[in-house]
Design a protein around this ligand. Structure first.
Ligand code: ZN
Length: 144
């Protein structure tokens, strides 16, 4: 698993935000697959960050969230995207593809639903409508 897969969605999005806002003050490679950097935090602090792409759990940051824990924080993600902008681009492409697929799934769902309704006989429609209204009333009574 890579840094992104290990990070929470929150850390990835906030890291992306830090990357876009250029919060990485400085960075340099520190091996074939790792980087060291300084990343500006939200409270005017600058955190020392080390990321290891091959062994992501060996990445460290001295921010309160990640210090002493084997977690991937937003500063690590910001450093990763800054050092490798292609990774940020790939990530955004994946998100866009996922959203497109999700939209397509939703569209297809409503088409299927409409086809299903159109396929019913009058008796079936009356039964389904009755069931739906009872269920709706039930939900209304539960929440209002
Ligand atoms: Zn951090």
């Amino acid at each position: 698993m890579g840094l992104i897969e290990l990070a929470s969605a929150n850390s990835v999005w906030r890291g992306m935000d830090y990357y876009e806002k250029k919060k990485v003050v400085s960075w340099k490679p520190s091996g074939d697959a790792s980087y060291d950097g300084q990343v500006a935090g939200s409270n005017n602090r600058v955190y020392s960050v080390h990321i290891d792409k091959v062994h992501p759990r060996k990445s460290v940051c001295n921010c309160p969230f990640a210090a002493g824990r084997r977690v991937v924080c937003k500063h690590m993600i910001a450093l990763y995207f800054t050092a490798e902008p292609n990774a940020a681009e790939d990530f955004m492409k994946q998100v866009e593809e996922w959203e497109k697929k999700e939209e397509e799934r939703e569209r297809q769902h409503y088409i299927d639903l409409k086809n299903y309704v159109n396929s019913l006989s009058k008796n079936e429609l009356q039964q389904e409508l009755y069931n739906a209204l009872v269920e709706l009333e039930d939900i209304r009574n539960r929440y209002w």
